[in-house]
Design a protein around this ligand. Sequence first.
Ligand code: LIP
Length: 269
Amino acid sequence: MTLAPDPSELLGLGRSIAEEVAQGLEEALAGDVRATTITSKSTGTDLVTEMDTWAERLITDRILAARPDDSIVGEEGADVAGTSGVSWCVDPIDGTVNFVHGLPGFCVSIAAQWQGETVAAVVVSPLHRDTYTATAGGGAHRNDEPIRCSEPAGLGRAVVGTGFGYRPERRRRQAEVVTEVIPHIADIRRFGAAAVDLCLVASGRLDGYWEVGLNPWDHAAGALIAVEAGALCSGLNGEPPSASFVLAAPPSIWTELRDLLAGAGAADL
Ligand code: LIP
């Protein structure tokens, strides 16, 4: 029988790798990222830089050097089948558009999963100087200080984040949903990296976040950090976060926000 791993050990490994990669990304910004090779994936706005590829290779190499029997899935195609029961879900640069434009908010996101459940998570946002971490049952931290989600009295006081996918028709619908939502909340934000948005909910800087169409590497780490900080994070009906829907918010407004989004057709995209 395979023994369950120690989440703290997985976090230590993931964190050291994420911080190394984040430093490399910050150094790359000293040059002209837009002058390097940039290609696109699903649509012309879904960018991949040389640094995405570099970062994913480095993360994969470092994990396998330390834990050769683990599995790895990554945004840029990493797909390693292991035997240990531990799987790593990696977004080498979440918020690639921010990175290309030198805007704060891109991050390195790494989740370690045991038998399908995320047990350790790290999100490093280098330009914010923020390292968010969590282990299952061990709480969430920013730069080693414990964090908690906010406790807004109601939706009218809530600053809520969201994101837009890359397909033009979906984006148009997502923008229409925002026009339905914004009259009922304090304000809306679109920062450009799902993992950071979830960590902003965890730290109480955002009072909620939703998005449709995310991939597992976008939300795996951030969702554990949000939940460990006291937020609720799931699909619209309480199911696990998925491409269908991710909604993270403090318990005090989760249901109100869910009802508002459902009424605005946020899931019908
Ligand atoms: C992006 C996100 C962004 C979201 C996009 C996309 P990428 O990830 O984190 O916030 O709106 O749909 O998934 O492509 O930069 O890794």
